[in-house]
Design a protein around this ligand. Structure first.
Ligand SMILES: *Cc1c(COP(=O)(O)O)cnc(C)c1O
Length: 379
């Protein structure tokens, strides 16, 4: 059913693909080498230059998290601290590694992990923490790294939202233990589907490179030079998680356009911020808007009971909205995990409403969205 009774169609998010991406994909198709070869190497090298650290491209962001967990030696019954308020991908990556997600609460201003709650949930089985850079903001990363160091935990940053964001003057992914990015169709840059793992840890890097190709040892180097391994050894469980040349060709062009994308996202968020900050019924995230390249623009509604009505009215006027996220601890599949008390998560998730954000939106679109939203809220 289409509830849209206006002629507008403002999408919540979308891929922004131009002639360059189309030509690049066509070139790969004409070459008739679609799988993992020199184009993936080229994208990986460009990401390595971007982050000033080695990176490894995989099939999606969930696979990046899964391989990172496997590479740090996470095994059955190990516990991993993570906020419940995230995309289910972050949690499924943990269960895919046979470990237990330990659901933590969030800071009510940034919606990043609450370290006090995380600290209360430490046990001798806790091996890692996955901070989720909600909406693109890494929260208090310094405190997270201090907490991890003190408690002997590995840190795998779920930076799926945070491509291009900075923590003070450093790019997310350019420092720290391990960072995982997603290049799915609607993220800050896309390779169709796709993701990458960024780390200085040589051991982790070697493991993820093998594991993305079914555990075939050193197959990456062969594929990058257009060859295959015929006689080889496998010593670990691997997965079919590599990136294809088709995907990488899109990723290379998107990375080249990223500065434009980043500036557009920043400008759009600055407009949202200035139009919404004085509105009574709305609260905004308290993050560093200057250094964050936001992937989504969530707001808090002070009257959550109005959310469905607001969403329906906006849709009638051609404006899609989203909810990031329905908490994972409420999902049936995770109901056997230790019962958790998450007061902030419970309080905020009904208030959350995500407004459209992607580089093809205009200033006029944002005024239209905000005018409609404010009209409904103030009625
Ligand atoms: C998109 C996303 C992922 C997973 O990335 P995919 O490429 O979709 O597998 C992980 N965590 C968060 C928070 C995400 O938004």
């Amino acid at each position: 059913m289409n509830n849209n009774i206006s002629n507008k169609n403002i999408r919540l998010s979308k891929s922004c693909i131009g002639e360059k991406e189309r030509l690049a994909v066509n070139k790969v198709l004409l070459n008739e080498f679609l799988g993992m070869g020199s184009t993936v190497k080229e994208f990986e090298d460009k990401l390595t230059d971007y982050f000033c650290r080695p990176s490894c491209c995989v099939v999606n962001g969930t696979a990046a998290l899964h391989l990172a967990l496997q590479a740090i030696g996470i095994k059955e019954n190990d516990e991993v601290l993570i906020q419940s308020l995230t995309y289910v991908a972050s949690i499924q990556a943990i269960t895919a590694a046979n470990a237990k997600p330990i659901f933590c609460d969030v800071n009510k201003n940034t919606l990043t992990i609450d370290l006090e709650d995380a600290s209360n949930k430490l046990t001798d089985k806790t091996k890692a923490i996955i901070p989720v850079h909600y909406a693109g903001s890494p929260g208090d990363l310094e405190a997270i790294y201090k907490f991890a160091e003190k408690n002997g935990l590995r840190v795998i940053e779920d930076a799926a939202h945070a491509f291009g964001s900075k923590y003070f003057d450093k790019k997310v992914g350019s420092f720290g233990d391990i960072a995982c990015f997603s290049f799915d169709g609607i993220k800050n840059i896309t390779s169709g589907e796709g993701g990458c793992i960024v780390t200085n840890d040589k051991n982790v890097l070697r493991k993820v490179k093998d594991a993305r190709l079914l555990g075939v040892e050193k197959d990456t180097e062969k594929r990058f030079s257009g060859k295959r391994s015929w006689e080889f050894d496998v010593t670990n469980q691997g997965w079919r998680y590599h990136m294809s040349n088709i995907m990488a060709s899109i990723g290379i062009e998107q990375l080249a356009r990223f500065e434009d994308f980043a500036n557009i996202r920043k400008n759009l968020c600055a407009i949202y911020y200035s139009l919404l900050k004085e509105i009574d019924g709305i609260k905004l995230l308290e993050i560093d808007y200057e250094n964050t390249i936001m992937h989504i623009f969530p707001i808090f509604l002070k009257e959550p009971q109005k959310r469905e009505k607001i969403r329906n009215k906006l849709l009638e006027n051609g404006i899609q909205t989203g909810i990031h996220y329905f908490p994972n601890h409420k999902l049936s599949y995770f109901s056997n995990i230790r019962n958790t008390n998450l007061p902030v998560t419970e309080e905020v998730y009904p208030q959350l409403l995500t407004l459209p954000l992607h580089p093809d939106l205009s200033k006029e679109d944002l005024h239209y969205i905000v005018d409609n939203l404010v009209n409904i809220i103030e009625k």
